[in-house]
Structures are given as C-alpha cells and as structure tokens.
Design a protein around this ligand. Structure first.
Ligand SMILES: Cc1cc2nc3c(=O)[nH]c(=O)nc-3n(C[C@H](O)[C@H](O)[C@H](O)COP(=O)(O)OP(=O)(O)OC[C@H]3O[C@@H](n4cnc5c(N)ncnc54)[C@H](O)[C@@H]3O)c2cc1C
Length: 501
C-alpha cells in the first residue's frame, strides 16, 4: 500500500469550528467485532447532507473506508420517532458485518410469522412462517425494531469511528463544480465528495439530476397517505376483541389487506406499544394536496379515510392509536442518475430512490447504498478514481433500486386490490402459497417462490458481494487506468451506463 494522503480537513470560508455534540444516547451497542472494509490509500474529505438512517450508515461506511466524514443535519438529532422499522435479511447481513449483530439481538425481535387478513372482514387469509428451514437460503434474519434503536445504533457506530457531526445545520445550497455546500449561516464548506442523504424532499437531488424534480411539487391528485400509529398495549388489553392482537408474539406482525389500503402492525421494543403503519390510496382529494407536509400528527379524523373499509377491530385499534408519523407520497420512480455530471455529488437513501415511506425495505435500501459506497471507496488509490468509483456506485445501485421500487410497488398494488373477483383470486393464490395458521402445515416452497420470488431476490441480496463481483470484473481496468497516469477524467470505460470517462 502506498503512503496515505493527508489532505487538509474540510476547507470553509469562515473559521467557525464544527459544533461537536454531546453523546447523550443510551449505549445499546457493543464495540463492532468485525468490518468488511479495509482503509483506502487516499483519504478524502466527504460531506454527508442529512444524518438519519441512510446518512449515518453512509458516514460510518465511508469513515471506516478511510475517509474524513462530516454529517450536516438540520435537526438537533434528538427527535425520536416511536414507530418501528424492519431489518429485512439484506439489511441484517450488513448490520452483522458492521458488528451490530449482538445489538440487534438485544433490542430487536426476530419476526417468525406474518399473518395476512382481509381488511374489510378481518378473515384470516394465510400466514407466512419464517422458520430456520425456510430462511436458510436467505442467510439472515428478519427483525422488527424501534426506529430510534436503529438510529441510536448507527449514531453510536458513526461516532465511535470518528465521524464528525454538525446538528441544527441546514444545507441551503450545493455546488457540484466547486464541490461545496453552503449552510444556513452562510458558511461554505469545500470537500472532495458530497453525499445527499437528505431524504424524500432532497435539496441535493436536483443538483445531481439537473432538474427540479421534487415529487411533492407534483400536481397529481392521486397518491398515498402514509400513517404510523402507536397503540399502548395496556389500552388494547381493556378490549376483549383486541386481546388476540395484544397477545401477538413480539416481532411477528399482521397485515390487513384492504380495498385501497394496507395496514401492518406488531410489537417491537419492550412491547409496551403496538406499532402500526398504513398506506392509504387517495384520488382527487384536495385535503391531501392542501396539507402536502409531513410529520403532521393530527387526529385520524382529520384525514378523509373511509373507515367503512376497515373491519370493526381495526377501526377500534385506530381509534385508540396516536399518530406519530405521516407523509403524503406521490409515486415517483426516482432520478435516472444518482451521480452528478461532474462526478462529485451523489445520493443515498430516500433521496436516491423515493420508496413509499415506512415500507418494508426503505431503511434496508439506504443501508445497502451505504455499504456499496463504503466498499467501493475503501479501494480508492488516486484522485482520478473518484469519478470512476462514483459511477461504479451508480452502475451497481441503479438497477437494484429500480428492481426494489418495482417490487415494492407491485406488492403494494397486489395487497391493496379493491374488493371483488381480483381480490378473491389473490387471496386464493396467497392461501396456496402459505399456510392456514389455524390448521398449521408447511408452506409449499415452489408455489411460495412463484408468488414471492421478487421479495426473495430482495432479501437474498448481498451488497458486499455485489461490489466484490463488480471489482473482479472491472477493478483491474480501473487500477490500470489510474496508475497509467490518467487524470481526473480518465477514459477507462468501466461504467456500463455512462460513456466518456
Ligand atoms: C421523522 C421520521 C420518522 C420515520 N419513522 C419511520 C418508521 O417508524 N418506520 C420506518 O420504516 N421508516 C420510518 N421513517 C422513514 C425511514 O427512516 C426512511 O425512509 C429510510 O430510513 C431512509 O432514510 P433517509 O435517511 O434516506 O431519509 P430521512 O429519514 O428522510 O432522513 C433525511 C435526513 O436529512 C435531513 N435533512 C433534510 N434536508 C436537509 C438539509 N437541507 N440540510 C441538512 N439536513 C437535512 C433530515 O432532517 C433527516 O434527518 C421515518 C422517517 C422520518 C424522517
């Protein structure tokens, strides 16, 4: 390995030193026992805009890869969402590599069963049993955990390796030519690479795409309302008809498949609260257009939800719940490119692929982005490779993100079919692919794979292996190109999607 580049830390136009934040989080995490990446020969200065799940994960992976990383986060970093989040097997694999396996086991619950019911009547359709035999090929577990526990784990991990943080620091503009960000105070920070991890309404995304493509600006009258609730278990237990749900095993969850909606719920954390999320389709409804903002915690009655489409038990459950997160989402395929023209600004998480919020796979997709960037940038040897590695990131991530988005949308459409023959046909297929929970039995693996093939492909994905495969195919060309004295815009064509560098 060549000597490490000791480039100066972030250059700014003022002399203000970064505001360090006190670690006020409860420690849930043992020290990481392993990590997949070795450090790069050349250390870059990287600014990550946004410090939630994708930003923290990316900052950790890039710091571990040998770079200096600064997170700029507009919130104070202390707000915690009481909702739950799923660590799907593809995400669990990465967290395990980052040494978070023991922390996951400590604060998350393994999901062993997903029960599907009809939304209108509550009738049982089928159950998916995620036992060891079944999960064998997928090679990692499904967990349900509190969103704030995941945040805390990633925050502590990033802090431990030396990621720098500035909270209450809102980025107001990004310049891809000078590779700089300007923050609210007017201060401008220069760096080598900017990563936009600033979520669904990303301000970095237009710099990458060159278009003002904020999905919230859409004039469409239809879309989806995403709501997350918590219902205290103690309240549920006071109602005889809700006791079966109050007694659900931790980690397992139930999905009610309604006419134009899906409602999922289960227990995570210490089991004090049942957490539920709903995706509800709307058409021509001006109330959502007028709201158009997120994190509105109004009473459910303020939303025009047709409660007649819900079985009486879920109606009661909703009436007992407290809304903790809401977002109006308009289906969006996301940007075509996730790397800017100058190859210095890129996107991760919801900024890169605006999936339906509070879905199964959102956090996992952002963590895959992080691991991909980290693994690629741990191989950096020369400055000329920055653009090549960013374009490699795009080549690896874009097809995967598209696949995940399509599968997510397809599953959502299937599970929220309107009442009628198509819904009945879907239920018959689900019954044939899974088990009748009351009668027991085994799932038919062949039929199951036919029905859930895309989900299996999503969960089996290994982000680390994908980079290794890419490197095996193209890495030697990239190294050769750089050591042959190629400059900033080398012509070694290792990108499949982009010509000209
Ligand atoms: C408050 C909240 C609660 C959520 N709860 C759940 C949940 O319970 N279950 C679940 O599955 N998913 C939940 N999600 C969604 C899920 O966490 C994300 O979809 C997924 O993890 C991808 O995260 P992200 O980091 O890409 O985006 P986000 O979670 O949207 O994070 C973006 C971050 O960027 C920051 N930011 C934005 N603009 C700027 C700027 N200009 N300058 C500096 N910082 C900026 C934001 O403050 C935010 O911290 C929640 C999201 C939010 C914001």
């Amino acid at each position: 390995m060549s000597a490490r580049d000791t480039s100066p830390s972030f250059r700014t136009t003022t002399t203000t030193s970064p505001k360090r934040r006190n670690a006020a989080h409860p420690s849930t995490m043992p020290s990481p026992s392993c990590c997949n990446t070795s450090a790069a020969d050349l250390s870059l200065n990287i600014v990550v805009v946004g410090g939630n799940i994708a930003g923290l994960a990316t900052a950790y992976a890039l710091k571990k890869a040998g770079h200096k990383v600064l997170i700029l986060e507009k919130s104070n970093g202390m707000a915690r969402c009481p909702g739950s989040v799923r660590s799907t097997p593809n995400m669990t694999k990465i967290l395990d590599r980052w040494g978070l396996g023991p922390a996951l086991v400590k604060c998350a619950h393994k999901c062993e069963k997903i029960v599907f019911r009809t939304g209108k009547t509550g009738d049982l359709v089928a159950a998916m049993i995620l036992n060891e035999e079944f999960m064998h090929d997928i090679a990692a577990d499904f967990f349900l955990l509190q969103h704030h526990d995941l945040y805390t784990m990633l925050y502590e991990l990033a802090q431990e390796v030396g990621v720098e943080f500035r909270f209450e620091c809102s980025v107001t503009s990004v310049d891809s030519t000078s590779v700089s960000v300007t923050v609210e105070s007017g201060e401008r920070l220069f760096c080598d690479v900017i990563v936009g991890a600033d979520g669904y309404k990303s301000i970095v995304r237009p710099i990458v795409t060159g278009e003002l493509n904020n999905p919230q600006a859409s004039n469409s009258d239809s879309g989806e309302l995403n709501l997350s609730f918590i219902v205290p278990a103690s309240k549920m237990k006071q109602h005889e008809d809700l006791r079966p749900f109050a007694n659900m095993k931790m980690g397992d969850w139930t999905s009610w498949m309604g006419d134009g909606y899906i409602l999922h719920g289960g227990f995570s954390g210490e089991g004090r609260d049942f957490t539920a999320t709903m995706v509800y389709k709307f058409h021509n409804n001006s109330i959502y257009r007028a709201k158009g903002h997120e994190n509105d915690q109004s009473p459910l009655a303020r939303y025009s939800i047709d409660l007649q489409k819900f079985e009486p038990k879920t109606r009661k459950l909703l009436s007992l719940g407290q809304l903790v997160f809401s977002r109006v989402y308009r289906p969006d395929t996301g940007p075509e490119n996730v790397v800017c023209e100058e190859s210095r600004v890129t996107l991760v998480g919801d900024a890169a692929h605006p999936l339906m919020p509070v879905g199964n796979i959102n956090a996992a997709t952002g963590i895959e982005d992080a691991q991909t960037l980290g693994c690629l940038f741990s191989r950096l040897k020369t400055r000329s490779q920055i653009s090549q590695l960013l374009n490699a990131y795009e080549d690896i991530r874009q097809p995967r993100s598209r696949f995940v988005q399509d599968a997510d949308r397809g599953q959502h459409d299937l599970l929220s079919l309107p009442s009628g023959p198509m819904q009945e046909q879907r239920n018959a297929i689900l019954r044939s692919a899974m088990v009748d929970e009351e009668k027991g039995g085994h799932m038919d693996e062949v039929i199951f794979r036919e029905v859930w093939g895309k989900e299996i492909a999503i969960y089996s994905y290994d982000a680390t292996e994908q980079v290794d495969d890419w490197w095996t195919k193209w890495g030697s060309m990239l190294v050769r190109g750089s050591t042959n004295g190629a400059s900033h815009s080398t012509n070694v064509e290792v990108s499949i999607s982009r010509a000209g560098w």
